[in-house]
Design a protein around this ligand. Structure first.
Ligand code: SF4
Length: 251
């Protein structure tokens, strides 16, 4: 339900579709009230539902509706764990409100800690109405991601780092990412193979062996999450058990 984004990753194509099966895709953009209706249905359908999250297809923290729906979820289903995925750009200033809403887990997608590498991945970032590009943009994003993770950890949230493995760009850099985020207090890292779309449509995805090798190397520094199915933004289910079974919204 989060439509807008405040940065542009070169591997991202957000799409409204019922057939594509990858992150950044959803069947509908739901209003907070529609999302709550869908959540009620999912609970009634007796999904083994334990977690409710806002994960896109854009940037949750760049959409006011994210805070509205998570607040409503807190009031109506206080026992569900509330989570959020973010690119981290706005995390430093939003960490406080996330704590108030009772967010217990934050996933931050961090693909680099070196602005030179980041500049190859991020086309631009937008802060306070100004658009930054190149190394300057990457540095702003990377600094804010690290500050945001620190803030989230300080406030008692579990932090998962998502890192997209892009063989031609950051493959040799992932252990540095792992080291830095372990030191900042992140709990777990999820290495996701590049899905070549958008400006990276010409790039090759990593092989399974390359992903396993990256997990092994990074696992020396931070625990690895190994059951990611790279689900759609509107997935509902248990990863690795039912492959992100989708909860069909009626809207
Ligand atoms: Fe796409 Fe997420 Fe990157 Fe925004 S932060 S451009 S939604 S992948």
């Amino acid at each position: 339900m989060a439509l807008k984004c405040n940065i542009q990753c070169r591997y991202c194509v957000r799409s409204i579709s019922s057939s594509e099966d990858r992150p950044g895709v959803t069947e509908n953009i739901l209003s907070p009230l529609e999302a709550m209706e869908t959540l009620r249905e999912a609970v009634e359908l007796d999904f083994p539902l334990r977690v409710v999250a806002v994960a896109g297809p854009g940037e949750p923290l760049a959409n006011q509706e994210t805070f509205e729906v998570l607040q409503m979820a807190k009031e109506e289903f206080p026992d569900l764990i509330r989570c959020l995925a973010t690119n981290g750009l706005a995390l430093p200033e939003k960490a406080e409100v996330l704590e108030e809403i009772g967010i217990s887990t934050v996933t931050v997608t961090a693909n680099a800690i070196d602005p030179e590498i980041g500049a190859k991945i991020y086309e631009y970032v937008r802060v306070n109405g100004r658009r930054y590009t190149g190394k300057e943009a990457a540095k702003i994003l990377i600094d804010r991601q690290q500050q945001g993770v620190k803030e989230a950890v300080t406030r008692g949230m579990v932090v998962k780092i998502n890192t997209v493995l892009i063989p031609d760009i950051n493959a040799g850099h992932l252990t540095e990412v792992a080291k830095v985020y372990e030191q900042l207090g992140a709990n777990i890292m999820n290495i996701m193979p590049l899905i070549p779309v958008g400006k990276f449509a010409h790039m090759r995805p990593p092989t399974r062996e390359e992903v396993i090798a990256a997990q092994a190397a990074c696992g020396a520094y931070i625990e690895q999450f190994r059951v990611c199915q790279q689900c759609r933004a509107d997935a509902c289910g248990i990863p690795a058990i039912d492959h992100g079974r989708r909860c069909k919204p009626k809207y």
